[in-house]
Structure formats: structure tokens, C-alpha cells
Design a protein around this ligand. Structure first.
Ligand code: GUN
Length: 288
């Protein structure tokens, strides 16, 4: 079998198109422009690339984009003051503090200082609790984008075995909540899981979110399974230079799977599209 390649880039463009229409309507009918503010602390090169891309797409859909860069040695007090100023700014509907933060800063404290209604990442403890209890929450963007692709590919997910590899707060745990909400039987596997290959072989849906390049080989994949690869890892090419790869070994997995997301061009673009969608949602709720 050769897997269907799930085109996250095209799907994300469609989602951004819909977001753009909603933004235009908010402007025309209510005179409101949704605003997203991203706070970047330090000069981590990967974070800089993500933040630049987020800003560009935010402007492209017609929203206001405000970027705040703070030095790597910023004090926690100053960072909290920045978040507070955005919490009370009526032109800002979504706030994102780019992670990871430098070690001297308490990420939990900073994230939980964001107004939950503006927490477009869905990382605030209130949103985590709302999602976990099936209530209306801001939903983390990477799991949300992954769920949209799974629904688009498979229709109903009810009763399917889903295995998530990785237990992070950003992806693994919220992904599990979303798949449970869609009536999957969910397993979260991680670095201590025994017989990981056997666990993954039972999965109709595999979500790989461990941050280890190409760690899932094709012979772990049940024939016909749907594979969502959340990983973005840079590896050396034999001929020199580098390239991006996911957490699954693409070629061997694509030979067995029913459908698979590529890296790049899979989950990544959907994450940003969902961030924009969450910002419009936050704006609508704020003005309702
Ligand atoms: N760092 C990597 N992914 C993310 C994300 O989705 N949100 C934030 N805030 N930081 C990240």
C-alpha cells in the first residue's frame, strides 16, 4: 500500500481563507479588527522563525499583529508586566508567549498569568481543565489542527484505536483529550512505555509527538493506519547541509500506512491556521 499524503499546506490555506472571511465580516459589520500579540523572549533561532511566520500569516488574513521581543535575561516581573498590559489591551484578543522560555523564568507562572479568554494557545490551566471536562475551551493549536486532518481523512473517529507517542502538555495530553472527545480508544505512549512497537502496531491512528527524528519505523505501523507526524527535526544530509524530518521514518511508514502527513507541509501549517482561528474565536467571544 502507498499512503495518501495528507496535504496540510493546502488544508491550512483553506482554513486561513475562512478565517480571512470572518475577519472581513467582523471589520465590515462591527468595525472590529482581531489582534494577536506574540511575546518572544531571547533569540532562539527556531522560535524566531516560528514567530516571524505567525506574524506574516496574521497580517495576511487581515488581523492586527503585534510582536514583543524581550531580552533573554528579562526579569520575570517585567515579563509578567508585559502579559498584564496585553491582558488589559482591548485591541488584543489573543496572546501567545513563545515557548520554551529561558530557564530562569517559570513558564507555568507566566502562562497562567495570561487572561484565559485571550489564551489562544490553550495552555492556561483554566483552558486545560475546561478541555479535560468537555467544556468550551481554547484548544491547543497543534492537536486541533491534527484532529481536523484526521476528521477530514477518516470521517467519524468513533471506536478507533489511537496511540499518541509523547506526553507533553502542548501536544500529547490535549491530543488525547480531543481524541477521547471523538470516542477513540486512546493510549498515550512515552519514553518508559514497554513494547512500544507492539502498542503502536495496534493503532488505527498514530500521532507521533516525541521530538526524536525518524524514531517510528514502518514495521511499527498497522497496514492502512493514519499517521500524524507532529515532529519537526533538523538532520544532516549525507551530501552536506541539513533537512527537516518528522518523528516517523516517512518512506517506510508511507509504504504501509493508509494516510500520512509529510514534514514539512503537514501539521506545521495547520498549527498556525488554528492559532489564527482561535484568535478570531477569542475576538468574537470578547465582543459577544
Ligand atoms: N513552541 C513550540 N510550539 C509552540 C506553541 O504551539 N505555542 C507556544 N506558545 N510556543 C510553542
Amino acid at each position: 500500500m502507498t499512503a495518501t499524503v495528507i496535504d496540510g499546506k493546502a488544508f491550512a490555506a483553506k482554513v486561513r481563507g475562512l478565517v480571512g472571511e470572518q475577519v472581513a465580516m467582523l471589520k465590515a459589520d462591527h468595525g472590529i479588527t482581531p489582534g494577536l500579540s506574540v511575546v518572544l523572549v531571547g533569540d532562539d533561532p527556531a522560535s524566531q522563525v516560528y514567530v516571524k511566520s505567525k506574524g506574516k500569516m496574521t497580517v495576511e488574513v487581515g488581523m492586527k499583529s503585534v510582536e514583543h521581543r524581550m531580552d533573554a535575561d528579562v526579569s520575570e516581573t517585567d515579563l509578567l508586566a508585559m502579559v498584564q498590559s496585553l491582558n488589559v489591551d482591548p485591541t488584543i484578543h489573543g496572546i501567545l508567549v513563545q515557548l520554551p522560555l529561558p530557564e530562569h523564568l517559570n513558564s507555568d507562572l507566566v502562562i497562567n498569568s495570561i487572561d484565559p479568554a485571550k489564551d489562544v494557545d490553550g495552555f492556561h490551566i483554566s483552558n486545560v481543565g475546561l478541555l479535560g471536562t468537555g467544556q468550551k475551551a481554547m484548544v491547543p493549536c497543534t492537536p486541533l489542527g491534527s484532529l481536523m486532518m484526521l476528521r477530514d481523512q477518516l470521517g467519524s473517529l468513533s471506536g478507533l484505536n489511537a496511540v499518541i507517542i509523547g506526553r507533553s502538555n502542548i501536544v500529547g495530553k490535549p491530543m488525547a483529550q480531543l481524541l477521547l472527545g471523538d470516542s477513540c480508544t486512546v493510549t498515550i505512549a512515552h519514553s518508559r512505555t514497554k513494547d512500544l512497537a507492539d502498542v503502536v502496531r495496534r493503532a488505527d491512528i498514530v500521532v507521533a509527538a516525541v521530538g526524536r527524528a525518524q524514531m517510528v519505523p514502518g514495521d511499527w505501523i498497522k497496514p492502512g493506519a493514519t499517521v500524524i507526524d507532529v515532529g519537526i527535526n533538523r538532520i544532516d544530509k549525507p551530501e552536506g547541509g541539513t533537512r527537516l524530518v518528522g518523528d516517523v521514518d516517512y518512506d517506510s511508514c508511507a509504504a504501509v500506512a493508509g494516510a500520512i502527513t509529510p514534514v514539512p507541509g503537514g501539521v506545521g501549517p495547520m498549527t498556525i491556521a488554528c492559532l489564527l482561528a482561535n484568535t478570531v474565536t477569542a475576538c468574537c467571544r470578547a465582543n459577544n
